[in-house]
Design a protein around this ligand. Structure first.
Ligand SMILES: O=c1ccn([C@H]2C[C@H](O)[C@@H](COP(=O)(O)OP(=O)(O)OP(=O)(O)O)O2)c(=O)[nH]1
Length: 311
């Protein structure tokens, strides 16, 4: 532990509390109340706080905000959907003495999955004490509260009473804090916060979810319209082609009924090689017309699906 000299010439121990010092304090019923801490949560120079199963603000699968008040316990795991926010309270209850404060930090194991704890950062000395008449007492239920958000693309499962979401590093306070006890946050969160408070505080994230859903709905509609127009275009082109052929046929019949053409036809040789050549010529013309129609249909379909038009 680093030793520094304060304004008071006395030597003072200052620095972060290591595991053994934290344990010593916890066993002396300091910092975290007896019965709410667990040795397994101790780290080399910190303590991982776990989420409680009550005083929990989450969003249910239908997108409705839900509040579990103090004493209303959630048994099932909490699924934190992408872009979803929640407000969680710690299972641990606190009573910080005047010489200890704590830094709140995110846990890498959660941050790398996209779950971020948007913390205030510091726990003041004297947090978890209150005046009862003229006596200073430990508050029975002072907890830390964290706003959390899933900025990743996968849903994340949080288990009430077990999942550790944040880490505390305890530091000794040099000099008088002069603010004992520190302000409580428990009453504000438990009585004044409505179910949708986290969603309103971090409204950017629920808005992202909404915009994403809107975008998905629009893309589906666009896809349906596109699938509907392709056969329609094909049908239209064939209709046009049939009309065109009808007009051609009509013109052909009129032309064939002409006296001069009748006379000319009598002069055409009626041999089988000539008939064969005539049939081949007509077949070639029909094939060319079909090819042209296919190209026109493909071009129209490509145009109706082009990204510039789907924007
Ligand atoms: O993530 C956090 C950080 C702090 N706290 C608690 C402990 C701390 O002692 C208290 C007040 O914290 P801070 O002093 O940062 O908040 P404030 O509400 O801005 O204080 P003030 O209005 O007195 O400046 O809130 C939490 O519950 N969660």
């Amino acid at each position: 532990m680093r030793r520094i000299r304060s304004q008071n010439p006395r030597m003072i121990d200052a620095g972060l509390l290591g595991k053994s010092e934290i344990l010593k304090r916890l066993e002396a019923d300091q910092i975290i109340r007896h019965g709410t801490w667990d040795r397994s949560q101790l780290k080399g120079a910190g303590y991982d706080v776990r989420m409680a199963s009550d005083l929990l603000f989450i969003t249910d699968p239908d997108g409705e905000p839900v509040k579990y008040a103090v004493g209303e316990h959630r048994i099932d795991p909490v699924i934190l959907q992408p872009s979803s926010v929640a407000l969680v309270s710690t299972k641990e209850r606190f009573a910080f003495p005047s010489d200890i404060g704590a830094h709140v930090s995110v846990k890498w194991s959660w941050a790398r999955k996209g779950v971020l704890v948007l913390t205030g950062g510091f726990v003041n000395p004297g947090f978890g004490f209150e005046w009862i008449g003229s006596r200073l007492e430990k508050s029975p239920d002072e907890r830390l509260h964290f706003l959390i958000v899933n900025v990743g693309s996968e849903p994340q499962t949080l288990i009430p009473g077990i999942t550790a979401l944040a880490s505390l590093q305890f530091a000794t306070i040099v000099g008088e804090s002069g603010n004992f006890p520190a302000d409580s946050t428990q009453e504000l969160i438990s009585t004044k916060y409505a179910a949708d408070a986290p969603n309103r505080a971090l409204s950017l994230f629920p808005q992202l979810v909404e915009q994403n859903e809107r975008l998905n709905r629009l893309s589906h509609r666009l896809e349906r319209v596109e699938h509907g127009t392709a056969p329609l275009v094909t049908f239209g082109v064939y209709l046009l082609a049939v009309t065109f052929l009808g007009v051609l046929l009509n013109a052909g019949i009129t032309f064939a009924s002409d006296e001069r053409v009748v006379k000319l036809s009598e002069e055409i040789p009626r041999t089988w090689p000539f008939a064969l050549v005539a049939i081949c010529a007509m077949g070639t013309v029909a094939l060319i017309v079909k090819k042209i129609l296919d190209v026109v249909i493909a071009a129209l379909n490509a145009y109706s699906r082009s990204p510039r038009r789907s924007r």
